[in-house]
Design a protein around this ligand. Structure first.
Ligand SMILES: CC(C)(COP(=O)(O)OP(=O)(O)OC[C@H]1O[C@@H](n2cnc3c(N)ncnc32)[C@H](O)[C@@H]1OP(=O)(O)O)[C@@H](O)C(=O)NCCC(=O)NCCS
Length: 202
């Protein structure tokens, strides 16, 4: 038995494996959205993850993009969910990251920023100073979040979008890829474009 950290990954991010193994830990199990017969809504599947967790004494990482699934998985497994920080990320000592987060390579998180529970921060994202990411969110690759931005619960921030400074994105809102968000975004809305405009309510 070695003391290396063991993880079960729930999600479709195959590139995460290499990063975990390069960091000296081991992926002992993988549940994919593409796995035949695996339905996240079916309690048996949660049981399957729990059984594997017990047998291997591993921590569970949630890395799926869908907010409802993230919340559902968190609800069922939270006592075994952990956070993963890529060794290739750069997180300020004055930043605060909660449980259940996955921080990918080349992420920067600045001083006095806070990332709450069960948030996926994907490759190359920059979150600058004094931001609040309120949990269950997905921040897609290369999004640039400037200072003092707040992102609501369960939001989805599309790839390569630029947000801020000092704006708020509402709970359960979606920002499309490549958007430039200069003003507050209401709850449960879909926005995109440069400058981003609300296109519809969700
Ligand atoms: C905004 C988004 C959610 C799609 O919304 P949608 O309502 O399904 O939009 P549609 O695909 O029906 O497109 C509607 C119109 O908006 C345009 N559009 C869609 N997304 C856009 C965006 N981000 N910026 C500018 N225009 C966009 C489409 O080209 C289309 O234009 P048309 O009416 O002239 O044909 C999606 O385009 C998006 O940006 N997703 C995020 C993707 C991402 O970052 N994934 C992470 C991968 S790791």
């Amino acid at each position: 038995m070695n003391s290396r950290e063991r993880y079960i990954v729930v999600g479709s991010d195959l590139d995460l494996f290499d990063d975990i193994e390069r960091a000296g830990s081991v992926v002992v199990g993988y549940f994919s959205l593409r796995d035949k017969g695996f339905d996240y809504e079916y309690l048996g599947s949660h049981e399957k993850i729990n059984t594997m967790q017990r047998k291997t004494n591993s921590k569970i990482l949630i890395a799926v993009d869908d907010t409802n699934l993230r919340q559902n998985l968190w609800k069922h497994h939270k006592e075994h969910v952990t956070s993963y920080f890529s060794p290739f990320s750069n997180i300020s000592e004055k930043a605060q990251i909660s449980l259940g987060c996955v921080i990918y390579p080349n992420v920067f998180i600045g001083p006095l920023s806070r990332v709450d529970i069960n948030t996926k921060v994907s490759v190359g994202v920059q979150i600058h100073h004094e931001c609040v990411i309120r949990g269950h969110s997905v921040i897609c690759p290369r999004a640039l979040i400037l200072g003092r931005v707040t992102i609501g619960l369960g939001a989805f921030i599309g790839s390569a979008s630029i947000l801020g400074p000092a704006i708020e994105v509402g709970d359960q809102s979606v920002v499309g890829m490549g958007s430039v968000v200069t003003k507050n975004v209401p709850d449960k809305s879909l926005s995109f474009g440069s400058p981003a405009k609300v296109k519809r309510r969700l």
